[in-house]
Design a binder for this molecule. Sequence first.
Ligand code: SF4
Ligand code: SF4
Length: 288
Amino acid sequence: MAPTNGNAGQPAIHRVLVVPFLEMDLAFACDLHCRGCTHYSNYGLKGHVAFRQGGDWLRAWATRLIPETFSMLGGEPALNPDLVAYLKLAQLLWPNARRILISNGLGLARRPDLLAAIAETGTRLDVSVHSYRDFAYLERFNQALLAIEEARLAHGFEMILRTAEHSFTRTYRGEGPAMRPFADGSPEASWEGCIGKLCRTLHDGRIWKCPPLAFLGKVADRFGLRDVPEWQPYLAYQPISVEATEAEMRDFFTREAETVCGMCPAQPQTFEQGDITKAWRPPADPAG
Ligand code: SF4
Ligand code: SF4
């Protein structure tokens, strides 16, 4: 039902809220396996958001907010066959926003239509470097980068190389079926150390506080974590819907630490990525 403003039967009138940042995963799958990926895409998540669905979400949210920056990412967004349609719609809905496509770069050169559309829509392309130690990856990456640079010279789009994204902070302990929240007992400290404070994420039509909460259900399904008691408080997190009142929306976008931040470490440790080409495998069963 549409919200009302207290005048019987009249739909509520909302002012469109300007927010600093919004992002959206266009694909959950990725062709790399960075350990501790905050979107859990290193664990072989599948699929992408079809434009007929994701486009409706964006049109609905554009009636409620204008992000100063809108990032399209994943997973690897170039694995979404509808990516060009997303770039065009984002430009139409939020022409004055800084619109960014964040990619690992490996598959972009196979999509000349995409590289042209990046230029035509005024989208900034951010290419992330995820390891300086995985030589198989570096060989592919360097070739991909050359092709992207050729396209940049031909089409003239803005591009940024993110050179620091080989350094990660984990948002969970353990791996795969043994993943658990940190639950260090100090959500405020976890929030203080969080590097994704601004990363409000559009997923499933609603906006979530951050990617680790948005995609937790996906990794829980992948590894049978839905019934693990430690995960229950975080799996119960409720994102905001497009029907929220203006006050609820303001509260959501300005809220800082909350109980769910206890999922993340109170004292985050950074580590450097090594091999990101091979998928994570559970340790061999010594009895097996
Ligand atoms: S490139 Fe690495 S960090 Fe980015 S989505 Fe893939 S696995 Fe995650
Ligand atoms: S749960 Fe809180 S601390 Fe953890 S990533 Fe999200 S916003 Fe940051």
